[in-house]
Design a protein around this ligand. Sequence first.
Ligand SMILES: NC(=O)c1ccc[n+]([C@@H]2O[C@H](COP(=O)([O-])OP(=O)(O)OC[C@H]3O[C@@H](n4cnc5c(N)ncnc54)[C@H](O)[C@@H]3O)[C@@H](O)[C@H]2O)c1
Length: 307
Amino acid sequence: MKNYFGYEGKICVVTGASSGMGKATVEMLVDLGANVYALDLNPCTINGIKEFIKCDLANKKEIDEAFKKIPEHIDSFFGVAGLSGAKTDYRTTFDCNYTSNMYITLNYLKNRMSKGGSIVYCTSTAGLEWKRFKKEQNKVVHAKTWEEVEEVTRKLASSAPATFAYMYSKRCLSQFACEQAVEFAKLGIRINNVLPASTDTGMKQEFQDMIGSEKELIAQAGLAGRLASPEEMAYPMVFLNSEMSSFISGLDMVVDYTDTCLKTLGLKKNIEAISATNPIICAIAKKMLTKSANNNRALNPSSSEQK
Ligand SMILES: NC(=O)c1ccc[n+]([C@@H]2O[C@H](COP(=O)([O-])OP(=O)(O)OC[C@H]3O[C@@H](n4cnc5c(N)ncnc54)[C@H](O)[C@@H]3O)[C@@H](O)[C@H]2O)c1
């Protein structure tokens, strides 16, 4: 039987490997014969991986240490780790979701991948409107160092709600992928994005709390009538980084069971078409989120004590 995916013996690096989509991705890659280096804050205990490397992706030094433990030549990278911003501050959320992927790509993948290499980032349908807001993202996406990104996001990080870092970081990552796909094509390396809709992972409860109910979360998954499973997001990531996708680069693969179609056809309101950096919008959002958190605390004092 022909090995269509071509992962056998390949060095694959997966971030966010210990839960949800990242975990499902690692399991598939191990089954397909890849040598998987699994990065995460929490342990990854999947049988058959080459190595689990504990790494806080919001910390540049820990990334540097992690890449010392990975073989010099890397075939495929899966940037899956992410934070919603519900439990972390703006800086941590933004750096985990965007800065780490930028830093790894420019400092490690560019030098350590060769022709035939492949990169996929897990962004989000929350970042779908990145083309409309390019002006807002340019200064971040064109910053080439960790410190520069920190500098250009400093003001936002101190004024906007952390959950706004989610949408902004995902938009920045989608734009970064598009721009770098052009650069990396000169080296024969492909870059693509997967934009998942609502998925039943470790992050589900955080998104559900933000949006109000499971029903509303499911309504963001198009006409599926249910949330996606982690595997249903891992499949497209594994496909895009495989030899089956050898002519696909620069793609935003939206995995949302028609949600975008509904918006395009005017059958559903597009709530993502708002600025992620406008100071007035950020201030109003922060006020609303603080009010709703206070209400939740008043209604459920024991749950806020636990946090
Ligand atoms: N679940 C959804 O509805 C949904 C929708 C769209 C996009 N996404 C994106 O999917 C990706 C995977 O998330 P998931 O839904 O599988 O959630 P998850 O919480 O199950 O998995 C996220 C993983 O990232 C790891 N992680 C978080 N912060 C880290 C850090 N600083 N350093 C290292 N590892 C860290 C966590 O430990 C966890 O293993 C994320 O990028 C997320 O933004 C999720």
